[in-house]
Design a binder for this molecule. Structure first.
Ligand code: LLP
Length: 398
């Protein structure tokens, strides 16, 4: 099995957190997103414990709500000692409706509208992660109108390419998020921020990409950020209290994918940071990380009901399910790999390779291709694993 919270019961059915997947589909209907809360909690603890043990006091993981956002998740995150990164007023609203403290929210986005900025200020969102100089000026203006001094982090791009998919790669210089260090624009961005009366600069943010399996690209980002910070300490007298290194640790979608040692990577990152600060004589900043995928992806399974099985003679066989790109557009967008299981036929021999197709009138509406499956009939349940991240949100719920 891909993960230890998945299993097979005496009926030969897939279980998720000990519950029979087929029974869940019967009870709640399918398609169905299933999320194992215990797994989410365990994933949070890998971060909170490792960061608590190895990073400066006040360091914290922030859950990236873009990966998955619904009201019931926020009490769990709060109990687990996570902060939260939010990217839209909808995410702010949802987090607050789930009882999450506004001062623990970090508001992201490369195009926060005037309405977004004012809503976030009025809700008492603790920290803005400012993407660009225009946003800076607008935020200063609206904070001033309210007689506030708003805490901000400035998003900069260190120019790291962690070798992930182009579409999910955000740390390169040529990208629509943040301000690049290499061109000198980030230094000007900081200088401008320091002139703003109603903003309080806490430090810097960078996000280098997603599905990263080791600490090395994060360590490279730390080197670049520390050089940058050190330069500004000398020229502008500004010392960053906080370095937010973004999200990005990867998960296993298929058996052949590597297992990421998150606590080990966090320790390596902490040591690297400490050594870098010591060498430069830079005061150790608090560290924030923004894991999304590695908190919720493997906790999620999507259950579909099979509608048909069809072989195009001489070409291929299709299994159609009663969902698809409307609940998971990742295959259509990125050709993302998944593990697909026949929930009632676990352990049965495969009789061929199938394309699992959705039900939209779109030839690109696929869930997965080349999946070995046992003989299936209409009404059977197919389980697609590792769908907890970027499925519900990307089903136009961002
Ligand atoms: N922080 C920032 C600023 C981000 O842009 C992201 C993801 C994260 C944190 C969380 O990264 P994670 O730990 O989840 O890798 N839709 C794509 C993923 C896009 C990631 C966007 N940014 C996918 O389905 O693979």
């Amino acid at each position: 099995m891909l993960y230890e919270h998945l299993g097979v019961n005496e009926k030969g059915h897939l279980t998720i957190g000990g519950l029979d997947a087929t029974a869940l589909a019967e009870e709640f209907g399918a398609p169905l997103y299933v999320l194992d809360e215990d797994r989410v909690r365990a994933n949070c603890r890998r971060y909170t414990q490792a960061m608590g043990a190895s990073m400066p006091a006040g360091s914290q993981p922030l859950f990236a709500g873009k990966a998955l956002c619904f009201k019931g998740l926020y009490p769990v995150l709060k109990e687990e000692g996570m902060g939260a990164d939010v990217v839209s007023p909808g995410e702010i609203y949802t987090a607050l409706a789930g009882g999450f403290p506004p001062e623990q929210l970090y508001f992201h986005g490369n195009n926060k509208t005037d309405e977004d900025i004012q809503y976030a200020l009025d809700q008492g969102v603790g920290h803005f992660i400012v993407d660009n100089p225009l946003e800076l000026a607008q935020l200063d203006h609206f904070a001033g109108e309210r007689g506030k001094r708003q805490k901000v982090l400035l998003r900069v791009t260190p120019g790291i390419d962690p070798h992930t998919l182009q579409a999910i790669n955000t740390g390169r210089i040529d990208c629509q998020f943040g301000v690049p260090i290499e061109t000198g624009q980030a230094a000007a961005f900081v200088a401008k921020a320091l002139t703003m009366e109603h903003l309080e600069g806490e430090g810097f943010h960078s996000h280098i990409g997603s599905q990263i399996f080791e600490a090395e690209p994060f360590c490279d980002a730390v080197d670049i950020l520390l050089d940058f910070a050190q330069g500004l300490r000398e020229t502008l007298g500004f010392t960053a209290q906080v370095l937010n290194l973004g999200g990005g640790f990867g998960v296993r979608y298929q058996e052949q994918d590597p297992q990421v040692d998150i606590p080990g990577n966090i320790r390596a990152l902490a040591e690297h940071l400490e050594a870098g600060c010591k060498e430069k004589g830079y005061p150790l900043p608090r560290i924030l990380l923004e894991p999304g995928r590695s908190i919720v992806a493997d906790a999620g399974v999507t259950l579909y009901r099979v509608g048909g099985v069809k072989t195009i003679e001489g070409y291929r066989s299709y299994v159609t399910v009663n969902g698809g790109m409307t609940d998971n557009p990742r295959y259509a967008l990125y050709r993302s790999a998944y593990t697909v299981l026949a929930a009632e036929h676990m352990g049965e021999e495969s009789d061929g390779v199938y394309t699992v197709a959705g039900r939209c009138c779109e030839s690109g509406d696929m869930v997965q291709e080349e999946v070995a499956l046992p003989p299936l009939k209409r009404g059977d349940i197919l389980a697609v694993c590792t769908t907890g991240a970027y499925n519900h949100s990307m089903a136009s719920c961002y």
